[in-house]
Ligand binder design. Structure first.
Ligand SMILES: Cc1cc2nc3c(=O)[nH]c(=O)nc-3n(C[C@H](O)[C@H](O)[C@H](O)COP(=O)(O)OP(=O)(O)OC[C@H]3O[C@@H](n4cnc5c(N)ncnc54)[C@H](O)[C@@H]3O)c2cc1C
Length: 503
């Protein structure tokens, strides 16, 4: 027996809250029912099968789970049949695109079925419309590779190994962000399997509210099987540079960062800079900037926006041009090798308003919290990073009908990301990140520079990004959740991932 109880949240918003007395069907039974449904089609794999291990490999082993079986649909119809079965039989499941989420249980599950979208990875380009159709299980390297012969590309991961599905439904920061906003705002339409297995297309005119909610809504509304994406010209050379400065250059780095975060990115939106610092084991930290330029670039004669980084204004630069007048695919493939899979990893985020003193304070918190006992852990590496979300970025997103993230004025997204080797250090490393995030947030509030957004794609397992989108956006998401998933299938039966409040 199922009952739907509307409740008033503290904010005065109305949300759906669902009380269920239905038991979940045992995962073994769900896998067996799925096996019967797809009998003879080699799409349901048990832990004993040869296919299970490779399908259950994640970018970071910290995200690894042990699903009861793994289902690899070949197309949207397969996803629909499975979701229909799960809805009817009350089977728990998880959805995985590239499996780059570092949070265990987000794109994996312990007792339940894992839907791995890896076989839904077609990429096609329509030169008439200028739109690319991308299967939701693709990785960006395949997408970029398939589109380059047409002289176009799409907004996707800066690391090309990321999956399409999680990245796009979380927002998506790409190298083109200063020109073209969040990647999610470059989606033209989606094909989505709703609870019960119904397949619909959502875009700015059809199911437009759902379309908006998906942009930042992660897995809360259904399984997206296809993204139709706007493309951008890729005929000009693409450049990317890793800049290194010693710790002694920090004040100048942060002064340049402040300029870039307060109008710099808008003054030349073809530019892109991530300001980071890293500590490798017990070594001293250094500043490491990831810079990119969508256009011709020459270290000896850089675009004006980049001059201070090369002309000695910031002392002791060591540039390493890892993608010299080449393609987005080359630059992002390079990063996927540099950010190789296999180490334990987590991440967490806050957002602030630009302030050079606050940059220093946050940086100092990161250094102080990186204590010698942590540094001594096997494989220890930590990074503190930030980048601006400027006005042009926001304006472009608004021009495409907006999203759910609730950003209306420039902010700076801040994140920290450690790596380590041993599972026995997971608890210490996650509390290290949680401790820093608490201190970052307090410092930002003390400075009067706290911005609400916790960027979903950088959210840690103990963070709750969707409530940071603001009351109006949350209300719209709740209303559409109740409309498109009235039984809360994607909350109740999908235990992992970031959820909409009340669901
Ligand atoms: C090394 C590294 C580099 C990164 N670089 C960037 C970057 O440049 N820019 C950026 O914005 N982010 C970046 N991220 C974060 C990244 O965007 C997220 O981890 C994202 O979730 C990865 O997408 P995925 O498809 O691989 O996700 P998965 O791990 O497969 O899934 C993540 C979440 O999305 C849900 N999901 C996935 N596909 C679908 C679908 N088709 N329908 C419904 N729900 C779905 C899953 O259920 C899960 O909850 C990076 C992360 C790492 C670890």
């Amino acid at each position: 027996m199922l009952s739907h109880v509307p409740v008033l949240l503290g904010s005065g918003l109305i949300a759906g809250s669902y009380a269920f007395s239905l038991q979940f069907t045992s995962p073994t039974t769900c896998c067996s029912l799925l096996g019967t449904e797809f009998n003879g089609e080699s799409k349901v794999f048990s832990p004993q099968s040869a296919e299970y291990g490779p399908l259950n490999t994640y970018w970071t082993p910290a995200a690894q789970q042990s699903p009861t079986c793994i289902f690899t649909p070949a197309n949207t119809q397969d996803v629909s049949r499975a979701v229909k079965l799960f809805t009817r039989k009350n089977c728990q499941f998880a959805i995985r695109s590239g499996g780059h989420s570092y949070n265990p249980g987000w794109a994996g599950i312990i007792n339940g079925v894992l839907i791995s979208l890896s076989d839904i990875d077609d990429v096609t380009y329509d030169s008439q419309t200028g739109l690319a159709s991308v299967g939701a299980g693709s990785r960006w390297t395949n997408v970029y590779g398939a589109l380059l012969p047409y002289g176009v590309t799409v907004l996707g991961g800066r690391n090309s190994d990321l999956g399409v599905g999680g990245y796009l439904t979380g927002g998506g920061i790409s190298y083109y962000a200063n020109e073209r906003g969040w990647a999610t705002d470059n989606i033209h339409s989606v094909e989505i399997v709703l609870a019960g297995g119904r397949i619909i297309t959502a875009n700015r005119t059809q199911h437009s509210e759902l379309f908006r909610c998906i942009k930042g809504g992660s897995s809360n509304y259904g399984v997206i099987t296809k993204f139709v994406l706007e493309t951008v010209d890729a005929s000009t050379p693409f450049n990317a540079v890793s800049m290194r400065y010693p710790a002694s250059s920090t004040n100048e780095v942060l002064a340049a960062a402040y300029n870039y975060c307060t109008g710099g990115s808008d003054s030349d939106p073809k530019s892109h800079v991530i300001f980071s610092a890293s500590i490798n084991g017990t070594q001293e930290y250094f500043n490491n900037l990831l810079m990119a330029y969508n256009g011709v670039f020459d270290v000896a004669n850089p675009a004006p926006i980049f001059e201070p980084y090369f002309d000695g204004t910031i002392p002791n630069p060591t540039p390493f041009v890892f993608a010299a007048n080449t393609t987005i695919k080359y630059a992002t493939d390079w990063l996927s090798v540099r950010q190789a899979p296999g180490t334990r990893y987590t991440m967490g985020t806050v957002s602030i308003y630009a302030d050079v003193e606050l940059f220093k304070t946050l940086r100092n918190i990161w250094i102080a919290e990186t204590t010698p006992d942590l540094q001594a852990k096997s494989g220890f590496f930590t990074e503190f990073a930030f980048q601006p979300v400027g006005q042009k970025w926001i304006d472009f997103s608004a021009s495409r009908g907006d999203n759910s993230l609730g950003i209306t004025s420039p902010i700076v997204v801040v994140w920290t990301q450690p790596r380590w080797n041993s599972a026995s250090d997971d608890v210490d490393m996650v509390s290290y990140v949680n401790r820093m995030l608490g201190l970052f947030e307090q410092a930002a509030k003390d400075a009067g520079k706290f911005a609400n957004l916790k960027y979903l794609n950088y959210g840690g397992r103990n963070q709750d990004p969707i409530p940071t989108y603001g009351q109006q956006n949350i209300l719209r998401m709740q209303l559409n959740k109740a409309r498109y998933d009235p039984l809360n299938v994607f909350g109740r039966l999908v235990p992992g991932g970031f959820k909409i409040p009340g669901f």
